[in-house]
Write a protein that binds this ligand. Sequence first.
Ligand code: NAD
Length: 499
Amino acid sequence: MTTQPQALPSLSLAAEAFFARREFGLIIDGQSVPAASGETLETFNPSTGEGLARIAAGDAADVDRAVRAARAAFNGPWAKWSPYDRQALLFRAHALIDQRFDELAEIEAMDMGAPISKVLATKASMQRSIGFFASQALSIRGETAPNGLPGEVTTMTVRGPAGVIGGIIPWNGPLGSQWWIIGAVLATGCTAVLKPSEEASLSVLRMVELLNEIGVPPGVLNVVTGKGSKAGEALAAHPDVNRIAFTGSTETGRKIIRASTVNIKKLQLELGGKSPDIIFADADLDKAVVGAANGVFNNSGQICFAGTRVLVQRSIVEQFSERVAAYAKTLRLGRSLDRQSQLGPLISSSQLDVVKGYIDAGKREGADLVCGGDRPDDLGEGYFLRPTVFTNVNNEMKIAREEIFGPVMSIIPFDSADEAIAIGNATEYGLGGGVWTRDVSTALRVANGIQSGVMWVNCYGLIDPVVGFTGAKTSGYGAKGTSAHLDTYLQTKSIYIQV
Ligand code: NAD
């Protein structure tokens, strides 16, 4: 398929001007530049299947150029910025989001397919994220402690920026998720080379352009677009990159761990999940049905901590399955710029094929399809799939074991809290989980019993960087949010002073 000019109804003038450019370079040292090879990649509008833009296909040579720019910026005037200066820059970014969020949201909706109303609703969480990192800029500190050394020796630790960060970003929400890296880089005084997903790079490119306009010094934030197997791999293995912050699949995470051995990089890894959402018979079902459904179907299931294994106490399985299917059928599937859309398409035709393959596997293995499983016939060539519910799933089935990253719920019956915890933990992953009950003891027992980095009680998917989250098992390590987030971006040094 080729990139054809297309009508872009209902885009703001700013977003229309952005898409009218059609070709987007790398951002290195504050400049937009083509890939050294001159190669480009086409990126598609998931709502229509049409070509949307071309992005530079960066490779190892471009990564090297960007890392050099980032290193020079790290050693340049940026190093003299005080914490207050960096905090003021983050405040300006906060104001920028106030002014430009509509444009950024439209770019994200067009590029990765999320419904515009849902993207617009993420403004508050982005503002919280920037506010959080602005506070962290003033919170970096070392320690002094009495020591047992002979003579008079004063000892302390100091913490400073770790250097050049490689930030590797997935496609399922780059507009917001890039701030986990950008916020920490600006708060600590590091510099970065960002590698967005080849499926959805545009909101990262636009964000960095806008941040450069409000005074981020050239070279502090660089963007190398391109394939994971080229630009991503080169960044993960680059000997002058000090740390990698990676969000993506567990499989890619393993490759990044291997690449990190080149110069023993410290890593922050947020990886895949297969989270259990556990519904007890005493739960407020009005809330649990909607909460569990949205816990799977939001962003068309393309959320790392989606609660895709819905464990339901046996006495209410039938009632719950009927109600959740009835709710799923009310969700309005539509193109991303349609303000009425509640669910958008999947990111790509290949991801659509992957998810359809899982639906076939579910049927083959004997799960009962309650609703969905097919494509709508009124939405053209977009990569749409109806929200899908399987019941009578057991935890051994492929649809219960593997991360699908699509709108597919698997309902698994259980009898007791102990059994729910055992099934919940019978997975290689350990990212999130939910529990719905009116009994506080049951809630706490399950929340404590599930081996995961985050649990929600009578709600699902809430995140505030002040509280943060992390992964357990093969879902990764390193904190997102809290002061521990900055550990990836800071180097601690001990100093001994003989008085
Ligand atoms: P992915 O692993 O395919 O790609 C993620 C990023 O890594 C992309 O930028 C890609 O180009 C790059 N990449 C690919 N191969 C690489 C390599 N060999 N070396 C370096 N970089 C490489 O993931 P995706 O399909 O973009 O995103 C979906 C996955 O991300 C899911 O598994 C999901 O659970 C996970 N995810 C996790 C979290 C979390 O916080 N735990 C959040 C969002 C998404």
